[in-house]
Design a protein around this ligand. Structure first.
Ligand code: ATP
Ligand code: MG
Length: 438
């Protein structure tokens, strides 16, 4: 993208309404704009980040054998009456009436709808287990929408649903999803810790929240440093192997980890002080095993191997895709702005033309831009160098290629790595090799 003709409205001033750093930076960097309380438009750079996160989430869901589908945002109230949740869900649910006075709602989650879809088509134990997921907008009329996209009213969630014929199978589906989550968060450059959690309105009896550490997190968390050294993305665990999943699950549930709600100070004190970790955390994912909580009231049965009808055992698994954009920024920024992890940056590099109109600068920048294509944001604006440096740091591109008149005349550019500030003067080809190779 050429910055001179991009909808990338950066702000110099800190917006007064933003209380936390990610919200401030998302507004200042022109990633989002609030359209009404708790509802955001994703501008081009922000939408790229959101899409990159969604892509990584999708790849790990696919690798775990989950099938992607897409369910609608609008649901019928009747389905929710079947499960008994319609009245109980309360004011967080946005209830809508159509012109025929039929009761609809904007989905806050999809357990009922997916149970209905399975009940229509799956009738035998032979068709199970199955896990499906979608990445879709949700609406929850939060009492206090705040912190920008971290607690919005409309937000993007990946929600997955598993169906198994028995408890043993459901536990394996649950563990598999837990590993997929740990891999997802690691690829996003985040250290997440699974913590035993209350099940809330989703219900059920086994549940973990995935918490990432950030000083502005909403809950206090306590955990064992053992979590800090595990690599989930390597060969250590085969996601198709039940034995590996069992070993992985033991590793996730043995060391101490708890949010303030479930914290057991006495148990935590028993831990070697060198391994005790305490901080604030942000919930970025939540998984539930709830057995037949929906299949039973909604009368979803399949024929078992012995010919008898049984209610499938279910789980559901959420990741806050839009919340993650804010959470990543909370975990990765400095005074100058965002520091995007390479995997999700909106642009791999910014090309800073320090003297538009100078033939050598323009020529070199155009060449670089042609080579990098959509991976680059080309700052071709008629602005002072200082403004360009500040905006590039604010936007947090992993790399900056700085092209000034003296360097350009000598066929040199300056390459800056945002994460550590390292700069070097090199040839344009060497710069390209470096940032495309890394
Ligand atoms: P919270 O405790 O933060 O209100 P929740 O427990 O109600 O969240 P879940 O039903 O577990 O949320 O939803 C799955 C994921 O969706 C959460 O882990 C979170 O990352 C995300 N999420 C939930 N509510 C919001 C929201 N209002 N804005 C943005 N993301 C959200
Ligand atoms: Mg939750």
């Amino acid at each position: 993208m050429r910055l001179s003709r991009s909808l990338l409205p950066t702000l110099k001033e800190t917006p007064a309404e933003a209380q936390i750093v990610s919200h401030r930076l998302m507004l200042r960097a022109g990633l989002v704009r609030q359209t009404t309380s708790g509802i955001y438009a994703w501008l081009p750079a922000g939408y790229r980040v959101l899409s990159n996160i969604a892509r990584i989430v999708r790849e790990e869901q696919d690798a775990a054998g989950a099938q992607e589908l897409l369910m609608p945002t609008i649901q019928s109230a009747d389905l929710w009456r079947e499960s008994g949740r319609y009245d109980g869900y309360g004011k967080e649910m946005l209830r809508i009436q159509d012109r025929h006075e039929r009761e609809l709602l904007y989905g806050p989650t999809n357990e009922e709808m997916i149970t209905d879809l399975f009940r229509q088509s799956v009738h035998s134990y032979r068709a199970l287990p199955q896990t499906v997921y979608h990445i879709q907008w949700k609406f929850r009329d939060e009492v206090r929408p705040r912190f920008g996209v971290m607690r919005g009213r409309e937000f993007l969630m990946k929600d997955a649903y598993s169906f198994d014929i028995d408890h043993e199978g459901a536990v394996i589906s649950y563990r598999r999803m837990m590993l997929a989550y740990m891999r997802t968060f690691q690829r996003l450059g985040l250290r997440a810790i699974p913590m035993a959690a209350d099940t809330g309105p989703i219900g059920g009896d086994l549940s973990h929240e995935f918490i990432i550490l950030a000083p502005t997190g909403e809950s206090q968390v306590f955990y064992d440093a053992a979590f800090e050294t595990i690599d989930y993305t390597g060969d250590a665990f085969d996601i198709r192997s039940e034995a590996d999943l069992a070993r992985f699950y033991t590793l996730m549930t043995t060391p101490y980890a708890a949010t303030d709600e479930k914290h057991d100070a006495a148990l935590f004190e028993k831990l070697d002080p060198a391994r005790r970790r305490e901080g604030r955390g942000i919930e970025v994912g939540h998984i539930f095993y709830f057995g037949t909580k929906y299949s039973r009231p909604m009368n979803f049965t399949v024929t078992g191997a012995d010919g008898r009808k049984l209610h499938p055992e279910m789980g559901s698994y959420g990741i806050g895709v839009s919340r993650l954009v804010g959470a990543v920024i909370e975990a990765s920024h400095d005074e100058a702005g965002i520091i995007w992890p390479d995997a999700i940056a909106p642009f791999r590099a910014a090309i800073l033309n320090l003297k538009p109109g100078d033939a050598a600068c323009d020529g070199l920048c155009e060449q670089l831009y042609a080579r990098l294509g959509t991976a680059a944001l080309y700052d071709d604006r008629e602005e002072r160098a200082g403004v360009k440096f500040a905006d590039a740091d604010l936007l947090g591109h992993p790399w900056q290629i700085i092209v000034g008149p003296r360097g350009a005349a000598a066929g040199r550019v300056e390459l800056k790595r945002r994460a550590n500030g390292a700069r070097e003067e090199i040839s344009p080809d060497a710069a390209l090799a470096k940032l495309l190779g890394a």
